[in-house]
Design a protein around this ligand. Structure first.
Ligand code: LLP
Length: 422
């Protein structure tokens, strides 16, 4: 593709757009549209960038499953030895089904149920990132009932502004996440006194789509100050988990490279013995995937012209929910003069748009690729308007793997029952 593509393994050849060695037109012909297409090589390259930047330092990269929870994607990371950051029992089950190791799993989230705690304790996860005093007590009780000890870190809310969209900033005082740094020391003392907990570390996650390292360096400084304070009391951490959050380029953003993002943190941790953990999601999968969709209609209007495609907000909600901007690339380029369009779907909402005000030379039946859709795409999709969810594909060189079949309409109501008549 042009230099403007943020997807490293996307290119334009004589048969139109290619992801690795696979023509997107062939994927659409074989599997239909809409379809998510991910590049194995791009997933691996993104993971290796972390590993390379961390070098010899004791560190672990726990992929945030929520970004893209497909078993195929998880299996690529599991094969690389990744850890996983989960937020539900469902995500834990997926990790294990994909071949991930329980002892590399960290469990974040504000509302862990007793059942989820039991499931994770029996699986033998690495660490619970505990987000409240109530959760700490419940985890101790649950571990006691199973006769085991729960490994814990407190997720501390460091009250720093990540400078990102308000819906995806999580480390400010008014956010629901984590425990206040002012309460953390007392809670660690409480944890140390509870017989069925074992303190492993400390954690934070300040937000997503971060475009510079400043806020995370500030947060890390606060965590280290707490670590030193508690060490003086005999409470020691084996690891410090700085969460996820590194941003990616969707349009013209200039996020730091993984190496540049990690460099000041590595500097801060120099000479310290704690293992460093990260929980990246978007930066591992976002630019490894796209959503392929076909144009159903061109609908010219008085004020606006619309391209109506077969993907919709139920397939991909980032534009509607966060005003997310995603590149739109025709799979086969046409030479005609472009026209300015909104790219919209068939769902009955004005918020059902994938892109606005794009200059495109397109015809009915053409394929479009919605770029940078590998993170928070399929994982946030729904069946709104009784639309079966898209298929998912991973390409690997010139091989194509179907990693999720397109849903059937019958499966959408398979769990439902009409009331008996009369
Ligand atoms: N760790 C925790 C505890 C998290 O809550 C998150 C994301 C991550 C790690 C991964 O963050 P990442 O590296 O992907 O920034 N749906 C939104 C993003 C929500 C992020 C939620 N938490 C979007 O589409 O932009």
């Amino acid at each position: 593709m042009s230099a403007a593509s943020p997807l490293p393994t996307l290119s334009r050849g004589s048969r139109g757009l290619m992801l690795e060695g696979v023509a997107l037109a062939d994927v659409a012909a074989r599997f239909g549209t809409p379809v998510y297409v991910y590049s194995r090589a791009a997933l691996i390259a993104a993971f290796e960038a972390y590993r390379h930047a961390l070098g010899e330092r004791p560190a672990s990269v726990c992929y945030a499953v929520k970004a893209n929870a497909n078993l195929g994607v998880l299996s690529v990371f599991a094969a690389l030895g990744a850890g996983f950051d989960i937020v539900s029992g469902g995500e834990l089950a997926r990790v294990l089904a994909a071949g991930g190791r329980a002892d590399r799993v960290v469990f974040s989230g504000t509302g862990k149920s007793r059942a989820e705690m039991r499931q994770a304790l029996l699986a033998g996860i690495r660490c619970f990132n505990v987000e409240s005093a109530g959760e700490l007590e419940r985890l101790d009780e649950t571990a006691a009932s199973l006769g085991v000890t729960a490994p814990i870190a407190l997720r501390v809310n460091p009250d720093v502004d990540p400078g990102t969209h308000p819906y995806i900033s999580t480390g400010l005082k008014h956010n629901k996440f984590g425990v206040a740094s002012t309460d953390a020391a007392a809670l660690y003392r409480r944890a140390a006194a509870l017989p069925h907990l074992r303190i492993r570390g400390i954690a934070c996650h300040i937000g997503s789509q971060l475009l510079d390292a400043g806020p995370i360096v500030e947060a890390a400084g606060k965590l280290l100050a707490l670590a030193d304070l508690l060490a003086a009391e005999g409470i020691h951490f084996e690891h410090i988990d700085l969460g996820g959050g590194l941003g990616i380029r969707y349009r013209d953003e200039a996020p730091p490279t993984v190496a540049a993002y990690l460099a000041p943190l590595l500097g801060l941790f120099e000479g310290r013995s704690e293992e460093l953990c990260f929980e990246p999601g978007r930066s591992l999968t976002g630019n490894a995937g796209l959503l392929l969709t076909r144009i159903e209609y061109l609908k010219p209007g008085e004020e606006k012209h619309f391209v109506i495609v077969d993907a919709a907000m139920n397939d991909f909600i980032r534009p509607a929910l966060y005003d997310g901007w995603h590149g739109i690339a025709p799979v086969v380029a046409r030479t005609g003069p472009p026209r300015r369009y909104d790219v919209v779907g068939p769902v009955c909402e004005s918020g059902d748009f994938l892109a606005r005000d794009r200059d495109l030379a397109v015809e009915e039946g053409d394929l479009l690729a919605l770029l940078s859709a590998g993170a928070y795409g399929m994982s946030m999709s729904s069946n709104y308007n009784s639309r079966p969810r898209a298929a998912e594909i991973i390409v690997d060189g010139d091989e194509v793997h179907l990693v999720r079949e397109r849903e059937t309409v019958e499966s959408l109501y398979a769990l439902e029952r009409p009331l008996p008549r009369g």
